[in-house]
Ligand binder design. Structure first.
Ligand SMILES: [Zn+2]
Length: 324
């Protein structure tokens, strides 16, 4: 059947269609091309995401993104460098550039980004993090908790200071956790915190997505792609910033020779279909998680409308047309 959806909104996308927002050769034209290719998957607004890198790389790429005036670019998501240095929690973020948090360092980055950073993912246990969370909350920059091995108390302190989102919950945390308490249960239970999830079946198994959506509720769960340049591309070698990664035939993106995932090749239209299949929720119950909820989380609206075919039996959503 034909369905009409609001334009999709992706809070976390590192690149698309062969274009890496973290690479040294990023230009405004390439950003616009990536945004254009993303539209074919129904995404009409997004936050290009810059992961941990040197200050100079961050500043250069943030400046390129900031000067793109396309309304599809709703701001910048700064993921790192204030993340856990521990293997597992750090994920694909390069250890050499992981840093303590400071208001001064953030101000320099926000200046380079010409004020376009609207979401920061950080780990509460990093030195200086709590002071920065308070500063960001006062400045109306949204704060997400992620790439963290924080204790329950550190998580509670960050939430009290103004953190409002858990970035890709269930990923960017230690490979081995105590059964309870742990960072996943604490963030699931925190009603003041929304959770983003990567519903590709690789980052989280179906049963985990189902359990998380049930625990958080559809009105506190946001679907993100966390896509890298490999999204919309063929299996093979790609990069995210200076980090090499590999897209397998199964759609999994990993750091070669390690068990660690390095972003995804997921597209948001497939995330919606997967979430319907994993949770049993109807399409109408899942659409807001990838459109109106992420938009309203940032105090924004969605853009345009998407016409798609929905095969309920097969849980397949195929974008046909994107208007305005
Ligand atoms: Zn991440």
């Amino acid at each position: 059947m034909t369905v009409t959806l609001p334009g999709l909104f992706d809070l976390q996308v590192n690149g698309f269609g062969g274009i890496d927002f973290n690479s040294a050769d990023l230009t405004g034209e390439r950003v616009v091309e990536a945004l254009h290719r993303m539209r074919a998957t129904g995404v009409t607004r997004c936050l290009p995401t810059l992961i941990t890198s040197s200050f100079d790389r961050f500043a250069a790429n943030a400046r390129v993104l900031a000067r793109v005036s396309d309304p599809a670019l709703a701001g910048i998501h700064m993921e790192g460098p204030y993340v856990s240095p521990a293997d597992g929690a750090r994920g694909a973020h390069p250890a050499a550039h992981v840093a303590a948090a400071s208001v001064d360092d953030f101000r320099r980055r926000q200046d380079a980004a010409e004020g376009r950073i609207v979401l920061v993912t950080l780990a509460p246990e990093v030195p200086g993090a709590l002071t920065l969370v308070e500063h960001l909350a006062a400045a109306k920059v949204r704060v997400a908790i992620g790439h963290t091995a924080a204790t329950p108390q550190q998580l509670a302190d960050a939430i009290a200071a103004g953190a409002t989102l858990a970035t890709h919950l269930g990923n960017g945390c230690p490979q081995m956790l105590p059964r309870h308490p742990n960072v996943i249960w604490e963030l699931l239970a925190a009603d003041a915190v929304l959770a983003s999830v990567i519903a590709d079946g690789h980052h989280l198994p179906a049963s985990t997505v189902k359990s998380m959506v049930r625990a958080k509720g559809p009105f506190r769960t946001i679907l993100v792609s966390d896509a890298i340049a490999a999204a919309g591309g063929a299996p093979g070698s790609y990069t995210i910033g200076g980090v090499a990664c590999e897209l397998g035939a199964d759609g999994r993106v990993s750091l070669p020779g390690t068990p660690y995932l390095a972003g995804s090749s997921l597209t948001l239209d497939r995330a919606i279909a997967n979430t319907c299949r994993f949770t049993g929720l109807p399409l109408a119950g899942v659409i807001p998680m990838a459109s109106t909820l992420p938009a309203s989380y940032l105090g924004l609206t969605t853009l345009g409308t998407v016409t798609a075919s929905w095969d309920e039996e097969a849980c397949e959503l195929t974008v046909r047309h994107v208007a305005a």
